[in-house]
Design a protein around this ligand. Structure first.
Ligand code: ZN
Length: 91
């Protein structure tokens, strides 16, 4: 009788572990799905920013100055009004 009782207890522990494992796995999948949705939103926002930069580049009356910030070796010229690079492919 004690053996049966112990088996029942062990089975219950295994079932609880499986439920916990399933729950944790579900939580991970939900969070991954959230990341995927937010990444799509970030990608859309970056595309919108790129389009706005193109419009800004074409509409600003640029005044090019030497970029004194040492950010990269891309371009040393930057507009003091719109802060875009003179080389549009760097923006
Ligand atoms: Zn400008």
């Amino acid at each position: 009788m004690k053996l049966i009782y112990n088996i029942i207890i062990i089975n219950k522990c295994i079932n609880n572990m499986n439920e916990l494992t399933l729950e944790l796995s579900n939580q991970i999948n939900i969070k991954r799905s959230n990341i995927h949705e937010k990444q799509k939103e970030i990608d859309t926002l970056n595309q919108e920013i790129a389009q706005l930069k193109k419009k800004l580049f074409n509409s600003c009356t640029h005044e090019w100055t030497i970029d004194t910030d040492d950010r990269s070796c891309r371009s040393t010229w930057i507009c003091k009004h719109c802060k875009l690079y003179r080389n549009p492919s760097y923006n």
